[in-house]
Design a protein around this ligand. Structure first.
Ligand SMILES: Cc1cc2nc3c(=O)[nH]c(=O)nc-3n(C[C@H](O)[C@H](O)[C@H](O)COP(=O)(O)OP(=O)(O)OC[C@H]3O[C@@H](n4cnc5c(N)ncnc54)[C@H](O)[C@@H]3O)c2cc1C
Length: 292
């Protein structure tokens, strides 16, 4: 556990904020769940360099990091004894909107409703309509693989996450997005942490024993709304592990990983057309529940 004087040294190095007083730690000791645990400190990084410094500090002092956006999680996802890293204050930019390509690039601290307000005149929106939309932020939506009332139509955040830029546990930056089978094999060359991640996943998913075990043990694929454990079954469903399948994309795993795999600094999201303004209601009259 880092000492107070070490934290104060880190504070001097950051462009953003660091708090280790009791009141700030108490404010960040919970989310929308009943769980409560005092973090050792709270930081609000201004940029990627700050995040790299915080990661290096956590490694050196053997503590954990808790990435956080709006903190509306219901199961203690942003509660922990390490350092809370709140990106909701400074990492809030909508970086680029591409109307023709129907995508947007954002920092993790962008609020869902604010993004959709900006997209509305363009006839587009981000599909998953999580009910905390006036607060929840894209980084947290990716972390939780959030969805909404119309998830059967629009899917969950995972289905619309095109790529994420992230900082890994050794401080290196990586971009995870859709790659071809050839690009996947190229990623296996080299010894960077990113290369080693691809190698590790290749070893796990290329083993027929593991493949069978994943198919046998993971929940039924017809269950659209599930977020139980790491979605390695969805990686198995990609090339190069399944022939003629969809291209490999680590975002399938990162979405829903609750901030445990990498620190996300940028997200590229797929957008969908706004639903038509007029709605139609069809009333079917039936005589019994059985007939219905
Ligand atoms: C009343 C209520 C209703 C809700 N309704 C829904 C609903 O309809 N659908 C639904 O899916 N959820 C719902 N939730 C849960 C929650 O609001 C959503 O999952 C929301 O999207 C979380 O966003 P957030 O910004 O609050 O994330 P946070 O709670 O701050 O974080 C969520 C996860 O993302 C991780 N994370 C955040 N930023 C980063 C980053 N930069 N890098 C890596 N990881 C990061 C965190 O570590 C954490 O694990 C509801 C919650 C409440 C209180």
């Amino acid at each position: 556990m880092p000492k107070r004087e070490d934290l104060l040294e880190l504070k001097k190095e950051l462009e953003g904020d660091l708090y280790c007083d009791d009141a700030s730690r108490l404010m960040y000791a919970t989310d929308a769940s009943a769980y409560r645990e005092m973090p050792v400190a709270v930081t609000r990084p201004k940029n990627n360099d700050d995040i790299k410094k915080i990661i290096a500090f956590a490694r050196q002092h053997k503590t954990s990091l808790i990435p956080r956006t709006a903190g509306t999680s219901l199961a203690g996802q942003v509660v922990g004894s390490g350092i809370v890293v709140d990106v909701s204050k400074y990492m809030t930019q909508i970086i680029e909107i591409n109307e023709k390509g129907k995508w947007v690039r954002v920092q993790p601290g962008v609020i869902l409703d604010e993004l959709n307000k900006i997209l509305e005149p363009k006839g587009l929106f981000f599909g998953p309509e999580t009910s905390t939309s006036s607060r929840c932020m894209i980084g947290g939506m990716v972390g939780n693989n959030s969805c909404g009332a119309h998830s059967i139509v629009y899917g969950s955040t995972r289905d619309h996450t095109l790529y994420v830029k992230a900082i890994l546990s050794d401080g290196s930056a990586a971009e995870f997005g859709q790659i071809t089978a050839e690009e996947f094999h190229n990623k296996l060359q080299g010894d960077s942490l990113e290369n080693r991640i691809y190698k590790n996943v290749y070893e796990i998913l290329n083993s027929p024993v593991n493949q069978q075990e994943i198919i046998r043990q993971y929940p039924d694929k017809s269950l659209k709304r599930r977020n139980t454990g790491y979605a390695i079954d969805l990686l198995l469903d990609c090339e190069p592990f399944t022939k003629d399948a969809v291209p490999f994309n680590f975002c399938r795993l990162i979405a829903g990983s609750e901030g445990t795999l990498a620190f996300i600094t940028e997200i590229k999201l797929n957008l969908v057309p706004l639903p038509p303004k007029e709605k139609v209601l069809v009333c079917v009259h039936l005589n019994s529940a059985h007939e219905a």
